[in-house]
Design a protein around this ligand. Structure first.
Ligand SMILES: [Zn+2]
Length: 125
């Protein structure tokens, strides 16, 4: 399953972030998925618990947002938001556009569990 290997690599990235910060665990992993990435959000949701088992990300919540499809138009020389099923330029209708966004899968942020605080020593007056 394609999504399982994607989740594994997300979990790997997230656990690296946690290790860098000395965090004992991960609470939330936020990713951005382009509608043209071929990634099924539903399959990601199913694969994430499997991919994160026995890692710092076990039990973390996976949050997914969809990024817009963006194209660059060589005629207008501008970038604009296009529709998933129509990648022509929304400004002039030119069809030979270049896709600049919407096919990505990005790790946006990782919420870390706070390290267990050392018991504070009460200062005696
Ligand atoms: Zn255009």
């Amino acid at each position: 399953m394609h999504e399982l290997s994607l989740c594994r690599s997300l979990v790997r990235q997230a656990t690296l972030v946690a290790a860098e910060h000395g965090a004992p665990g991960i609470r939330r992993v936020c990713v951005r998925i382009g509608p043209l990435s071929g990634v099924e959000a539903e399959l990601m949701r199913e694969a994430f618990p499997l991919a994160s088992r026995h890692t710092a990300a076990e039990g973390a919540r996976l949050e997914m947002t969809t990024s817009p499809v963006r194209v660059h138009c060589p005629r207008c020389e501008r970038e604009a938001e296009a529709r998933v099923n129509d990648l022509s330029c929304p400004l002039c209708g030119h069809w030979q556009t270049r896709l600049t966004g919407g096919d990505e899968l990005l790790l946006v942020s990782v919420d870390l569990a706070a390290p267990i605080a050392a018991p504070s020593v009460p200062s005696s007056p």
